[in-house]
Design a protein around this ligand. Structure first.
Ligand SMILES: N[C@@H](CCC(=O)N[C@@H](CS)C(=O)NCC(=O)O)C(=O)O
Length: 194
């Protein structure tokens, strides 16, 4: 498989998941100019123009982080329960992050006004509070095992720290735990972020 990614972007959740799941893959960096590091027009690979995109080896390309993460989990049998409430809670949390949290960072990444950033930071505090209550003292969001929700959460928490958004203690602890995982260390190193 080939993961098209942007260093430190939301694609990082898929990168962590691929490594954690042990799926053979390679990664291809994609620039803001929509060129891949190996010289291709990324718009021809994913006409939506954004990362992540996952080439399933036969030229079939999957997009949307939530779907790619679910595909990685279902293909590997790791990072997501195959049935039952734990599966739906993990998907629920991942959807919450991909829709309700991710977009709140837009004013920070796209040169929003101070007022827009302050408003977004307020909403982020509320959203992170919800996730923090769900996490509590558990090692991972859904329980004892890491799931795709933790991969996504890692990226959202990293962005929050980068943008100076204060995190509840449970979430800063979660971020610190994730940073120590071999899969996360490898991901950051491969993305040139260490
Ligand atoms: N709906 C997409 C959004 C992906 C997305 O926002 N990707 C960002 C990086 S975090 C990107 O590539 N932005 C570049 C652009 O939109 O031109 C998903 O959930 O995967």
């Amino acid at each position: 498989m080939i993961l098209y990614y942007a260093p430190g972007g939301c694609s990082q959740a898929c990168h962590i998941a691929l490594i954690e799941a042990g799926i053979p893959h390679r990664i291809v960096k994609t620039g803001r100019d929509r060129r891949t590091e190996d010289g291709h027009d990324f718009n021809l690979i994913n006409p939506k123009g954004y990362t992540p995109a996952l080439d399933l080896k036969d030229g079939t390309v999957l997009t949307e982080g939530l779907v790619i993460l679910t595909y990685i989990a279902d293909t590997s049998g790791k990072l997501l329960a195959s049935s039952g409430l734990a599966r739906w809670r993990a998907l629920e949390a991942t959807a919450f992050m991909s829709t309700e949290i991710h977009r709140q960072f837009l004013p920070f990444f796209r040169g929003g006004t101070t007022q827009e950033k302050e408003q977004a930071a307020q909403t982020l505090l509320m959203r992170f509070d919800t996730i923090s209550n769900q996490l509590g003292d558990k090692p991972f969001l859904i329980g004892e095992q890491m799931t795709i929700a933790d991969c996504y959460l890692f990226v959202m928490l990293s962005w929050a720290v980068m943008m100076g958004v204060a995190l509840p203690r449970h979430l800063s602890d979660h971020l610190a735990r994730m940073k120590d995982l071999p899969s996360v260390i490898k991901t950051l190193s491969e993305e040139g972020l260490t």
